[in-house]
Write a protein of this length. Structure first.
Length: 447
């Protein structure tokens, strides 16, 4: 990957970073319950929203405490290819020279890797330029649906062509998007379609009203989008119960924006303490967090953990043994796999429900979790939108990760209790948390 200035070695070198990992990694059980403070990098979800909003703003913005991992680098590289100035400083902050609501490059070919946020957020922004802009991704990203987004962009007047298969990447986007009206977009398979349209809406003449159609999955991520937009000066009004979002026209303002720690990543370390009767403190996250995944701590409380939640700090202490729960995880589905990995150690079954949309993510996550739990000797009942996990003896196994970072991070927790658990392709964690295994090892030293 090239084009992002200020990164040691000139290029980020995703393949080089992933290549530094072994083909498999065994996770050794903890010898004693951990007592650690875990300091996490910035949220992927917030980082990518802030980067794109900064690119659409007038002037130069500074994104502090960003996540520097695969997904944000795919977006930064795409922004550079589109003519925006992006610089990563030695202290890790990212400076973005915005285009004032337009796309500097008249045409470009951008690659989004397997980054769903980038694939869904960029096309509405590209509709603000002239084009053609071609957007492509990995084979898995080509499988993931974007039909709802394509439909919405065409309704706005943008010219969008699906090169190979309707409703899938690669896309070719040409400008012509009109504002001032109202469109609807389905939110039943991904909230990212709605978020992508909202992010670009202030830059349209007349703004835009977007009305979600059907049940909106992962609703907290839309709240993140709106709050990031407002931080850069956008005016967004929401009708009761999210029936519609009205975005006024007006340029984003360049700003200094600090990204809070990643709550999805925090779930693994909270779960580690829950699983091992240990104690973990996560600074920077709490009641004031933008991220819905902070609610995962509440599920662990129901499993018997002691949880203390202040404005910007989570402290959790695990019980002698967890108890099973029934959890609707539609709103916080990125933590579904974390719960699934610790459920076999509970005293009663766990039911994870209302997560059918996770079959359309980096892998079919319900099928993958069920397969790997079975590999560990755990009984699991899979339905189209749920998993019921029956506690029992867990045996050693080599865990397939399916190229999915969350499979690797979640199932590594099993190795904290069971000797002989090996994670295949551990390098897939570079998608969102390259330092994950270093942080996990830090639990042995107290953080």
């Amino acid at each position: 990957m090239s084009g992002v200035s200020g990164v040691p070695g000139v290029d980020f070198g995703i393949e080089e970073v992933r290549g530094s990992f072994p083909e498999e990694m065994e996770v050794a059980p903890l010898e004693r319950p951990p007592d650690a403070t875990v300091r996490l990098p910035g949220s992927k979800s917030i980082t990518n929203r802030a980067l794109l909003v900064a690119a659409l703003a007038g002037g130069t913005s500074r994104i502090e405490n960003p996540l520097l991992a695969d997904d944000p680098f795919w977006l930064m590289n795409a922004l550079v290819g589109l003519g925006f100035g992006v610089r990563v400083g030695e202290e890790g902050a990212v400076e973005v020279a915005g285009g004032g609501g337009g796309i500097p490059a008249p045409s470009a070919d951008v690659f989004v890797g397997n980054a769903g946020t980038v694939a869904r957020f960029l096309p509405p922004a590209l509709a603000l330029g002239s084009g053609p802009y071609r957007v492509d991704g990995t084979p898995r990203m080509r499988e993931r649906p974007v039909a709802e987004l394509v439909e919405a962009l065409r309704a706005l007047g943008a010219r969008v062509e699906c090169e190979e298969r309707e409703g899938h990447l690669p896309l070719v986007v040409r400008g012509g998007a009109r504002g001032g009206g109202e469109i609807s977009v389905s939110g039943e398979r991904s909230s990212q379609f709605l978020s992508g349209l909202l992010i670009s809406a202030p830059c349209l003449p007349g703004g835009l009203t977007v009305r979600p159609r059907g049940a909106l999955v992962s609703r907290p991520y839309v709240d993140i989008t709106v709050r990031v937009m407002r931080s850069f000066g956008a005016s967004v009004e929401e009708e009761p119960s999210g029936a519609a979002f009205r975005v006024a026209p007006g340029a984003y303002r360049a700003t200094a924006y600090r990204v809070e720690p990643d709550a999805s990543a925090a779930s693994y370390f909270l779960a580690a303490a829950a699983l091992t009767a240990g104690r973990v403190v996560i600074p920077g996250l709490g009641r004031s967090s933008l991220q819905g995944d902070v609610a995962f701590a509440g599920i662990l409380r129901r499993m018997g953990c002691r949880v203390s939640l202040s404005e910007d700090r989570i402290e959790l202490a695990g019980p002698p043994r967890l108890r099973g729960v029934e959890a609707d995880m539609n709103a916080i589905s990125d933590t579904m796999m974390t719960l699934a990995a610790i459920a076999p150690f509970a005293s009663s079954p766990t039911l994870i429900k209302n997560v059918a949309h996770t079959r359309l993510q980096e892998t079919d996550r319900l099928a993958a979790v069920a397969a790997e739990l079975s590999r560990l000797g755990v009984r699991v009942h899979e339905t189209p939108d749920s998993l019921r996990i029956i506690p029992g003896k867990v045996r050693p196994a080599a865990i397939r990760t399916y190229g999915d970072h969350r499979m690797a991070m979640a199932f590594s927790l099993v190795g904290l209790r069971v000797r002989g658990v090996r994670i295949l392709d551990p390098g897939c964690v570079t998608k969102t948390l390259p330092g994950y295994f270093r942080l996990l090892e830090g639990l042995r030293r107290g953080g």
